[in-house]
Ligand binder design. Structure first.
Ligand code: MTE
Ligand code: MO
Length: 355
């Protein structure tokens, strides 16, 4: 089931959009997104769980399987880190042709301060077998997708899972995880798109061959056409967003502002390294100038930027563009792919400037 942009959205997509809200772009003003404003993506239903009887099982190809309670995890040394999460489907509804799924515009992003136990020491305790290839993270939630019933599961290669900033998080912004964000415990893999950040974690299984689950083999692949086997999505591509300036017009959400000095502000992030440059255009992408970058909040958190604009009367189109430390630059338009993923094409904000 596919839909063209000029066909608008249908009730199935509205059902997803009503469950899974985005972050209103004005919330780009906060370094750390208040939990209630952070975007949400839940494929199936929020599963029931009891924090007192919840256990995390670590097993499969390991020498010493572990079974941990929430108290066990909380008793371990903790790490707190600001991490920007973005859904791989962010921007999907802006492609000319897309699959029917979550119809994001640009708002599937947020940055929380996540606290949890680093995963690597737990893997050391369990002692992975020498033949371990992937670790499979299973959620408590189940559903049917592509006609297959399954638990939500994603895997990581052993070396990636052992990175010191990969944590099993039990707190978000200093509070226990909310049900919708994966309580009691979720995986956080800084730099990777959202599908990796398994919520409602139930088990971690060490396996001796590459994982072949649905969310790897069918979903979350960048495929240029139906015959292209594609490659799995992994790290977040660079993107800058701005807070749409001026006043919104209800319900169209067009913008209007008075001529004069306007401070544009926004955030930029990338899973490919820290943000090194943000450029802004106020003339429909004819010319670009550098924005001022704000402080670095953390290696895997978005970076604030500001740009002073002398707005003159008329209709104009604003845009912003990020470059990361690896030299990756946001494209004008992202490349079509059948899943509607990784659309980091430029945000364009038409504004009516009045006298
Ligand atoms: N168990 C489970 N984990 C999951 C999901 C899910 O549906 N089930 N959705 C994933 C996707 S696609 C995204 S983008 C992020 C969203 O995390 P958030 O809702 O806390 O923002 O969670 C990921 N983890
Ligand atoms: Mo996602």
């Amino acid at each position: 089931m596919r839909r063209r942009r000029d066909e608008g959205i249908g009730l199935e997509e509205l059902a997803q959009a009503a469950r899974n809200h985005g972050m209103p772009l004005e919330a780009l003003r906060y370094d750390i997104t208040p939990a209630g404003l952070h975007y949400l993506l839940i494929h199936y239903d929020i599963p029931p769980f009891d924090p007192h009887s919840w256990r995390l099982e670590i097993g499969g190809h390991v020498e010493r399987p572990l079974s941990l309670s929430l108290e066990d995890l909380r008793a371990r040394p903790a790490v707190t880190e600001p991490v920007t999460l973005e859904c791989a489907g962010n921007g999907r509804a802006l492609y000319d042709d897309r699959p029917i799924s979550q119809p994001w515009l640009l708002e599937a992003v947020g940055t929380a301060s996540w606290t949890g136990a680093p995963l690597a020491p737990l893997l050391d305790e369990a002692v992975l077998d020498g033949d371990a290839v992937d670790l499979v993270f299973s959620g408590l939630d189940r559903g049917i997708e592509g006609g297959e019933e399954h638990a939500y599961e994603r895997a990581l290669a052993v070396a990636e899972a052992r990175r010191e900033d990969v944590i099993l998080a039990y707190a978000m912004n200093g509070q226990p995880l909310l049900p919708q964000h994966g309580a009691p415990v979720r995986l956080i893999v800084p730099g990777w798109y959202g599908m990796t950040q398994v919520k409602w974690l139930a088990s971690i299984r060490s396996i001796d061959e590459p994982f072949g689950g649905y969310q790897h083999e069918v979903a979350y692949r960048f495929q240029r056409g139906d015959d292209d086997p594609g490659v799995p999505l992994d790290r977040i591509r660079p993107r800058a967003l701005m807070i749409p300036p001026g006043l919104p017009i209800f319900p169209e959400r067009e913008r209007t502002l008075a001529a004069g000095r306007v401070v544009l502000e926004g955030r930029a992030w990338s899973g490919g390294g820290p943000i090194e440059r943000v450029e802004v255009s106020t003339d429909g992408r004819a010319s670009w100038a550098d924005a001022d970058l704000g402080p670095v909040l953390g290696e895997h958190a978005w970076r604030g930027w500001t740009f002073v604009w002398e707005a003159t009367p008329g209709v104009c189109e604003l845009a912003c563009r990020a470059t990361d430390a690896a030299g990756a630059v946001q494209p004008d338009e992202a490349e079509f792919n059948t899943g509607g993923y990784a659309n980091n094409g430029l945000q364009r904000v038409p504004v009516m400037v009045t006298d």
